[in-house]
Design a binder for this molecule. Structure first.
Ligand code: NAP
Length: 495
């Protein structure tokens, strides 16, 4: 199938190469797509450059751009079930979870439509009556948007919606494993009237086409969501042309439970924090940091309930969560757990891939590693699987407890998200202030709204998506000074 969308046309790869996409729940092929190479990437850059430099989109009035985004949201509402099905076939994720993602995606398109229309620039009062001074925003230019496989269309929407709202053109490079919903989006944009060359899709391996996209002098910005190691190499390859870089990377997110928390809610959410989507969530609460006095009560119950979680494919209505994305990723998670045990972690449940009818898919069970501490690799490295590490803190005074909890929660080179559970509002606020992570939940885990910024501190990334900042990533700021009564500067002598 021709899956490259370049300059308004669907094309096969110039090389003729293709790739089979398999469903991780069954290992069966769900579609065969074109496998782009460097020549296809260069063609996509050229189309996006021409569409930006001489096409109508950058100067299309904002209300018209916003209207197109709203039509995409409406279309997604109408085709929700089918698009969710495509997402589930590519990722193995439960269909019911993909349906929730579709609703979030529609909200993201509507958020950026509203935001773009509400922006009016700024007028500066210079105190000089003949001077008009104003600050306006303009699109950045040609954007390369690179997305991961865990929330394929959602992560794409976080980039495509603001990029289009601001008037940019783009080349989208989805994960090679999950291209189908990106293809749906291109088709929807085409049918809703987006001019040729504004949106381009390159399906293919990041290692093959990535450097061509990120090094090009014709690209003005790279927005990337994915792993830390890839993020570092993208930042380095973008440096040669000093292009704008936005990075949404991994996380090793602390979930801190104090003894004065609402225990039922804290335990229940600790399970959701890590085991939702089998832990393949950048903000997963993978580090449980629990007050020592309640360790047994909390961890025994989490282990009991983790064992009840039922694994199954996207359309198995009895399943609670699905497979990992691939055999390759499963092998990485197995290695991560083996190293944790070598380092002294205690396996409380999980830790072994299931057999029987699940053996055909890349399943891994909810796994709890107890008795962990900051000297172990498992506490610092992202497994990106359903693996919870448990650490404890204690203190003889309230201050000592908070100091210990905050120190452990910040003992990570990541800084994406974290949570604190306590019924003491003062403690909750103090902890939220001390924890160096881009999102802090108090007595909750995972919810987000498109109106609030999302992104990481430290090595979790650079910049923010969503909120207002998520639009500003895709805008240049320009100051226009207009002297309505030109006069000589009278600075240098005339004779
Ligand atoms: P990944 O291996 O880094 O890949 C992400 C994307 O980068 C894919 O499209 C990949 O293409 C592409 N890529 C690979 N090498 C490249 C290169 N040299 N140049 C340009 N692009 C390249 O990450 P992943 O395994 O897909 O995703 C999991 C990671 O994403 C986790 O670390 C997770 O925490 C992070 N994540 C972060 C957020 C956030 O909001 N902060 C959200 C979701 C996920 P191929 O698929 O073809 O290799």
């Amino acid at each position: 199938m021709s899956s490259l969308y370049i300059n308004g046309s669907w094309k096969p790869a110039a090389s003729g190469n293709t790739r089979d996409i398999t469903c991780p729940a069954t290992g069966e092929t769900v579609i065969t797509v074109s496998e782009a190479g460097k020549d296809d990437a260069l063609a996509a850059i050229s189309a996006a450059r021409t569409a930006f430099d001489s096409g109508p989109w950058p100067t299309t009035p904002t209300p018209e751009r916003a209207a197109l985004l709203r039509r995409i949201a409406d279309r997604l509402d109408a085709e929700r079930d089918e698009v969710a099905r495509l997402e589930s076939l590519d990722t193995g994720k439960r269909h019911v979870e993909s349906l929730i993602d579709m609703d979030d995606i529609a909200s993201v398109f509507r958020h950026f439509a509203d935001l773009a229309q509400s922006e009016a620039g700024r007028v500066i009062d210079t105190g000089m009556p003949t001077i008009s001074s104003r600050v306006v925003t303009e699109p950045v230019g040609v954007c390369v948007l690179i997305t991961p496989w865990n929330f394929p269309l959602l992560q794409t929407a976080w980039k495509v919606a603001p990029a289009l709202a601001a008037g940019n053109t783009f080349i989208l490079k989805p994960s090679e494993l999950t291209p189908q919903t990106a293809m749906w989006l291109m088709k929807a944009l085409e049918e809703e009237g987006l001019p040729a060359g504004v949106a381009n899709l390159v399906t293919g391996s990041g290692a093959e086409v990535g450097p061509t996209l990120t090094e090009s002098a014709d690209v003005d910005m790279v927005s990337f969501t994915g792993g830390l190691v890839t993020g570092r190499s993208i930042m380095a390859s973008a440096a040669g042309t000093v292009k704008r870089v936005a990075l949404e990377l991994g996380g090793k997110n602390p979930n801190v439970i104090f003894a004065d928390a609402n225990m039922e809610a804290a335990i229940d959410n600790a399970l959701t924090a890590i085991f939702l989507d089998s832990g393949q969530v950048c903000s997963a609460g993978a580090r449980l940091i629990v007050e020592e006095s309640i360790h047994d009560e909390v961890v025994d119950e989490i282990v009991r309930r983790a064992k009840l979680i039922r694994l199954g494919g996207p359309f198995d209505e009895k399943a609670n969560t699905g497979p990992l994305i691939s055999e390759e990723h499963l092998a990485k998670v197995e290695k991560y757990v083996a190293e944790a045990l070598e380092d002294g972690a205690k396996l409380r449940c999980g830790g072994e891939r299931p057999g029987g009818e699940l053996a055909a898919g890349s399943y891994y069970p909810p796994t709890v590693l107890d008795e962990c501490d900051g000297s172990m690799r498992c506490v610092h490295d992202e497994s990106f699987g359903p693996v919870l590490t448990v650490e404890t803190f204690s203190g003889s005074t309230d201050d000592e407890k908070e100091d210990a909890a905050a120190r452990i929660a910040n003992d990570t080179y990541y800084g994406l998200a974290g949570a604190v559970w306590t019924e003491n509002a003062g403690r909750a606020e103090r902890m939220a202030k001390r924890m160096r992570h881009g999102t802090i939940w108090i007595n909750d885990y995972h919810p987000y709204v498109p109106q609030a910024e999302w992104g990481g501190m430290k090595q979790s990334g650079i910049g923010r998506e969503l909120g207002e900042a998520g639009l500003h990533e895709y805008q240049e700021t320009k100051h226009i000074w207009h002297n309505t009564a030109p006069a000589e500067a009278d600075w240098f002598p005339k004779n």
